[in-house]
Design a protein around this ligand. Structure first.
Ligand code: SAH
Ligand code: SF4
Ligand code: F3S
Length: 432
């Protein structure tokens, strides 16, 4: 459950457990140990995890151990372990090395808890066990935690302080992926642009822009993506790295959250509307064919109809290729929960959400029309969902392109595709 970072953590957990002799199974009935990696970002995410845990009660009755990992650990440890007795273990994001120990405790009937948040842990030395992979595209976590205090957000509380991983282990992991045949890697962090690592041996500093280039230089055939960029931290150096390296993708996920300066201030995002627009301008100026996507929250505390319209207009202004939008969900313990009243009615939040999606659909449709007639390099991911006579893949801008099969073209290949049709969500074309 949750974001890509959580998924990447599951790969670290799988690696830790496999070196202890555990193996994974796809058959639920066979499992002796069930670990659920949880997310706390919105109320809905928590609800889903609880539903899942109820299903596992059956397995628990038959003797399987059930553990909760990840972002819900800290907040709900007491409830899960003591009050609801749903699980045997609760393990926070920085305590995965302790899992084998906690599991053996649980086998003896002790309830295992470790939700300690570390200032240093980056799992730098652990080679993730790739899960649920197509063998083409994978993730590397380059940092953990977050030091921004966006008022709506639980992440700083669930994942602790920001820390960056040793740059050389990042590069080594990318090299390893290339050796295994991977063609695409996404560097992950809550705020990748504030990545900074200092080599303790010589005091040399590595910035995010430098790390991007180091990874891009591993192989020209390895596409490099990254997520997430905080508008306040993305630098021109990062834009130049994208512009100057063919295999660093022309795509930036740049969450705006709101288009209104007063709301952005309440959200503690540390930029205002004009500043964000300036950033968007700068990106298109340096990388004219860059695609930008965003996250938006509707109905944040005290948001007026007028202020919501500012969000609609910034969607139009920014020409987003993709948006991920959510209605505001108050999270216990956050600054917003303490300071502001969650005063926008759910139906208003939802109405605003649907208006955001409506404007975005129009914008994305128009943006995509400009791709018709253009040829893009596409990394083939496999057979398209709808027809086994068609292949799918993405271009550098992270847009999905569908095209008829062509002899000799297989998943993992780079091909040139000329776009002939465009809708809001997909492009169609022919393989040249
Ligand atoms: N680090 C990233 C975002 C991580 S959370 C950033 O700074 O942008 C992913 C997205 O979930 C956020 O961008 C936000 O749009 C959404 N989100 C976070 N907390 C939320 C909340 N309390 N209610 C609704 N959406 C939320
Ligand atoms: Fe949350 Fe803000 Fe950190 Fe993103 S930057 S994880 S929204 S606190
Ligand atoms: Fe990710 Fe959810 Fe945690 S979005 S960082 S898993 S709260």
């Amino acid at each position: 459950y949750g974001c890509a970072m959580n998924f990447s953590d599951s790969e670290i957990v799988a690696s830790i457990l496999s070196s202890e002799g555990y193996s994974s199974t796809k058959v639920m009935e066979e499992s002796d140990l069930i670990l659920v990696n949880t997310c706390s970002i919105r109320e809905k995410a928590e609800y889903n995890v609880r539903q899942r845990l109820r299903i596992f009660e059956k397995n628990k009755k038959k003797g399987a151990l059930v553990g909760v990992l990840g972002c819900m650990a800290e907040r709900l440890k007491k409830k899960f372990l003591e009050e609801e007795r749903l699980v045997d273990m609760v393990v926070g994001p920085d305590a995965y090395r302790d899992l084998p120990n906690l599991i053996s405790g649980a086998e003896e009937g002790e309830k295992g808890v470790n939700v300690f948040l570390s200032k240093e842990e980056t799992y730098a030395d652990i080679a993730p066990m790739r899960l649920d992979t197509n063998g083409i595209s994978g993730f590397i976590s380059i940092m953990r935690g977050c030091d921004n205090m966006c008022s709506f957000c639980v992440v700083p509380f669930t994942r602790g302080r920001e820390r960056s991983r040793n740059a050389f282990t990042v590069v080594a992991e990318a090299r390893d992926m290339v050796d295994q045949g991977y063609k695409e890697v996404t560097l992950l962090g809550q705020n990748v642009d504030s990545y900074k690592w200092e080599n303790p041996e010589n005091g040399e500093k590595v910035s995010f822009a430098q790390l991007l280039v180091m990874v891009a230089e591993v192989s020209p055939l390895l596409r490099v993506r990254f997520s997430t960029s905080h508008p306040k931290d993305i630098t021109d150096d990062v834009l130049y790295a994208i512009r100057d390296h063919h295999n660093i993708c022309n795509y930036i996920h740049l969450p705006v959250q709101s288009g209104n300066s007063r709301i952005l201030d309440l959200m503690n995002r540390t930029y205002d509307r004009e500043w964000y627009m300036g950033k968007v301008d700068r990106i298109y100026e340096v990388i004219p064919d860059c695609a930008i996507s965003t996250d938006i929250i509707t109905g944040f505390c005290t948001e007026t109809e007028e202020e919501h319209k500012d969000t609609l207009s910034i969607v139009e202004y920014s020409n987003y290729s993709m948006i991920y939008s959510f209605f505001y969900s108050e999270r216990p313990g956050t600054l917003a929960a303490k300071k502001y009243e969650d005063d926008i009615l759910l139906e208003i939040k939802k109405k605003r959400l649907s208006e955001v999606i409506e404007v975005y659909s129009k914008v994305a449709f128009e943006v995509n029309q400009k791709d018709i007639g253009q040829t893009f390099e596409v990394l083939v991911e496999g057979i398209s969902k709808k027809s086994d006579q068609e292949l799918k893949g993405r271009n550098s801008q992270n847009k999905m392109i569908i095209f008829p099969k062509k002899g000799g073209v297989a998943a993992g290949d780079y091909v040139n595709v000329k776009v002939t049709e465009a809708s809001r969500a997909t492009l169609r074309g022919i393989c040249l």
